[in-house]
Design a binder for this molecule. Structure first.
Ligand code: SF4
Length: 314
């Protein structure tokens, strides 16, 4: 069931997840479309998430925007593509390449305690190489050490890739097309902003049985959300993911399509990264338990990093 409506206010709205936004020309959503999107959200009882460009919007937009409860991504949720000296927001998205995440782990350590929630997002999952496993693991352990000290000091900052799994006892993934949907400045729906970027850029290097190449819209504000084969986005139709316990994994359907040409088949890279995080959380959990913290769900030891390679064990 849909719970969130992501409203891309402009073509240049900030990229806040795996996909970069390649669109550089401003194209502000019309006020009429914005009003329609808000009305859609109200009728469907959806929480609105506005995604902002880096310029100030005209006053008449602000009035409409404030007419409904919402979150502002790119404003109250700050998004960085490099590690800043400090954060001003409590909720921060840090988008980094794998190489930068590993190389700049101590810069992250320096700012980590400043945010209540730090969402680290790897921007080049497709480039992850098995040779980087040790480096990624070590960087996660470096962050774990800070988290442990913070917990001991009575603070509990969240780092999505490390602390979310401490609390989760079932999948909590991105949910694009399942619990959230994106409306773009053209008034059309997309599973997430990345599909809109691909359409605008004419990317057509993947399977698309229903529509001409590089049309990735799934309905519009007039006709509603129309997702072909919607069941394929769901966990119970994802043979690997439904038996996996890397519950914090994003299960990014855009990455799936891009790397395996299949919405519900994950790439080796995505699974390896998610399992390194899951295992690092297990280490953090053990250290926190030694320090006296208790948890309802115990993260068990496993012997694989990619469920695909051991699927017969399940
Ligand atoms: S780690 Fe792989 S199998 Fe597990 S949820 Fe993520 S994408 Fe699915």
């Amino acid at each position: 069931m849909l719970q969130y409506l992501v409203i891309l206010l402009d073509d240049t709205s900030v990229a806040y997840c795996h996909a970069d936004n390649p669109l550089k020309e401003r194209n502000l959503m019309s006020l009429e479309t914005l009003r329609k999107a808000i009305l859609f959200g109200m009728k469907e009882n959806l929480m609105i998430q506005y995604v902002y460009p880096d310029y100030e919007l005209p006053d008449e937009y602000n009035e409409v925007i404030e007419s409904i409860d919402h979150v502002k991504i790119g404003r109250e949720v700050e998004v960085y593509n490099e590690i800043p000296k400090s954060f001003t927001a409590e909720n921060v998205v840090l988008r980094l390449s794998i190489a930068d995440f590993i190389a700049k782990q101590y810069d992250i350590v320096a700012v980590l305690p400043q945010a209540k929630r730090l969402n680290i997002c790897i921007t080049d999952v497709e480039n992850f190489k098995d040779e980087q496993i040790e480096g990624y693991k070590k960087a996660l352990m470096t962050l774990n050490a800070v988290l442990l000290n913070q917990y001991k000091a009575g603070k509990q900052p969240q780092v999505n890739i490390l602390t979310d799994r401490l609390q989760l006892d079932k999948m909590h993934n991105c949910g694009a097309g399942v619990n959230n949907i994106t409306v773009a400045p053209n008034g059309k729906f997309y599973l997430c902003p990345a599909f809109y970027y691909d359409e605008r850029m004419g990317v057509n290097n993947r399977m698309n049985h229903h529509r001409p190449a590089s049309d990735y819209s799934v309905g519009d504000l007039d006709s509603g959300v129309q997702i072909p084969n919607r069941q394929l986005l769901k966990l119970d139709h994802a043979p690997l993911c439904r038996i996996c316990d890397a519950y914090q994994c994003k299960r990014c359907v855009w990455l799936n399509q891009r790397l395996t040409w299949d919405n519900n088949t994950p790439s080796h890279q995505q699974c390896i990264i998610a399992h390194l995080e899951r295992n690092a959380t297990r280490e953090l959990q053990k250290q926190l338990q030694t320090a006296g913290f208790t948890f309802d769900n115990q993260i068990k030891e496993i012997t694989y990093l990619d469920p695909f390679e051991v699927r017969e064990e399940f």
